[in-house]
Design a protein around this ligand. Sequence first.
Ligand SMILES: [Zn+2]
Length: 271
Amino acid sequence: MPELPEVETIRLQLEDKIKNKRIAKVEVLQPRMINVSAKEFVKRVEKSKVKGIRRRAKLLIIDLSSGYSLIIHLKLTGNLIYNQESDKYTNVVFEFSGRKKLLYKDIRKFGYMKLIKTSEVPTFLDKQGFGPEPLDKSFTLEKFKEILFKKKRSKIKPLLMDQSFLAGVGNIYAQEACFYAKINPKRTAGSLTNKEIKDLYEGLRKIMAASIKFRGSSVDTYVDLFGKEGQFVPRLKIYRRSGKKCLRCKAKLKTIKLAGRGTTFCPKCQK
Ligand SMILES: [Zn+2]
């Protein structure tokens, strides 16, 4: 599933391509992928201008001049693709002036695109109960300590992936951050030392910021706005490296299931 760096990559690219552009035409090909009738969707979206593109957790929010916003969750296999022709996986086609198209696609159709009033976006987001944004300036080490303290008994890796604890972190970056901080993913939040907490905080922020620079990690079906794979996978140090040698200590990496999710770690240097 696209995580914070992948969704942020798409947001940055959308900002570059469609901000302040007028949507000349909209075509709904899969009405069940949107929350209103195709007729209403077209009425609220067509001829409006894109005012801005925001991200909260793994959600993209496209604000339109009509007073409505599109909220998109790509879930497992969703894609937003610019300037390609639509195919059988295309749910919605947005056509901009100059015939440039933005496609909303989803092979397995677990994601969604919702049209709601922009004034109702804050309430919608509140209801999701997202935790803090890890790359925000306001997310300090002190803040991280504070939220960890409330979840002392939780296992650290599933906790990092809990969207109500931290927003946008998923299976890839939770494992990478634990590796960076030399923490066994099974440890409880309450067992972490100050040094480990600091390293984990630093790892999360550094790794995700670096991933954005490389346009994210293309595992499974994630591609960027231009249909290109992100370049961060070769820079991942632990994710899907089960059975291979640890890049830090050469021990053999191990994979376990934690809260139902495959988790790779180094039994020697992640204590
Ligand atoms: Zn190791």
